[in-house]
Design a protein around this ligand. Structure first.
Ligand code: PHE
Length: 353
């Protein structure tokens, strides 16, 4: 082939120069380690302002006879490099893909991250269990409002205004005639005024008293049991509660009834149950007595019946009100009533089933 001479490097003729660039480009393409570097090299050699474009500019100084040959050499070199580029690019891309897949490999046999599941609050659990037991015993569930009238919370329950019995419960007053209910007993008044006896009602709910220490919370829960029928006696009350306690804490735990006073029951009794933790032997939970108090009870006072329009000569009844937290404390051996309202997950998750 005829040698071509071109400025500004007179010592190298054009053909040599093209071949030099061609082999430099080919070596660079083949040694590029990433497709990004390879692309940059392509721009460097074959791009608009790349080495070959510079040479093309130089061609203008050649004679008309030399131009076609020079042009042909440049095009051949460019085409050859283009195909080297393609091969290198395919190889590098494949290698990069392989590495990416390898680094992102997912081991489907690894155990998953466990999703923490919520659990029912012990107060809800116990409320539900007590409600189930009482339902099986023929009791229907009723509820009432948390903000009660003074009339339903006190007056209808034989606690007139200025009666000293109001001091038994430290009441949160909303206004003159409304309170945060201090017990679930106002549901007795609501039931007697709205339903016809004979009746068996269980009424769980949230109650409020201005009181707070290890065993008292200003907001706690009770469940009220109410039975109205003809010829109801203390024996029915004792039998019902003893059966219920056996169902809830397990058979074999005795109950005992201590004479007490509530304005809305006569006679009244406080209910103790043998400590479920030590089975009556005596432990820290029960203050070594073997017994724990679970609530109050009694035969419904005739004044309560007649206040709501029931004739005490025709109808008698019994009622009991148990503390839900207290029953949960005994059943699960919990030592501080405040745990119920702290929402500590480590406490709550122990009740997950
Ligand atoms: N309401 C009473 C209390 O909260 C408990 C009770 C209910 C007593 C029903 C007798 C009958 O202390």
């Amino acid at each position: 082939m005829k040698s071509l001479n071109i400025s500004p490097m007179p010592e190298q003729n054009l053909e040599q120069k093209i071949n030099a660039i061609r082999s430099e480009a080919e070596t660079s393409f083949k040694t590029a380690t990433t497709s990004r570097d390879l692309y940059d090299l392509k721009v460097k050699f074959l791009g608009k302002t790349g080495s070959f474009s510079v040479i093309m500019k130089d061609l203008s100084s050649l004679s008309a006879a030399e131009k076609p040959l020079a042009g042909k050499l440049v095009n051949e070199a460019k085409q050859a490099l283009e195909s080297v580029y393609q091969v290198c690019e395919t190889n590098l891309k494949q290698r990069e893909l392989d590495e990416k897949l390898k680094s992102e490999t997912l081991d489907l046999t690894l155990p998953g991250v466990p999703a923490p599941l919520g659990a029912q609050h012990p107060v809800s659990l116990v409320t539900e269990e007590i409600s189930m037991i009482l339902s099986r015993m023929g009791y229907s569930i009723r509820t009432g409002p948390i903000i009660e009238t003074d009339r339903n919370n006190f007056e209808g329950l034989n606690v007139p205004k200025d009666h000293p019995a109001r001091d038994m419960q430290d009441t949160f007053y909303i206004d003159e005639s409304h309170v945060l209910r201090t017990h679930t007993s106002p549901i007795q008044v609501r039931t007697f005024e709205n339903e016809k006896p004979p009746l068996r009602i269980a009424a769980p709910g949230s109650v409020f008293r201005s009181d707070s220490d290890v065993s008292h919370s200003p907001n706690f829960h009770q469940i009220e049991g109410i039975c109205i029928d003809r010829n109801v006696s203390m024996a029915d009350l004792k039998g019902t509660i003893t059966y219920f306690v056996g169902e809830f804490f397990g058979k074999g735990l005795k109950t005992r009834f201590r004479p007490s006073f509530f304005p809305f029951t006569e006679p009244s009794a406080e209910v103790d149950c043998q400590c479920a933790v030590c089975k009556g032997k005596g432990c820290r939970m029960c203050g070594d007595s073997g017994w724990v108090e679970i609530g109050g009870s009694g035969l419904i006072h005739p004044n309560v019946l007649s206040f709501s329009g029931l004739d005490p000569k025709e109808w008698q009844g019994f009622a009991f009100g148990f503390g839900i937290e207290r029953m949960a404390i005994i059943k699960y051996g919990i030592n501080d009533i405040r745990l119920f309202s702290e929402n500590n997950v480590r406490f709550l998750e122990q009740f997950a089933t």
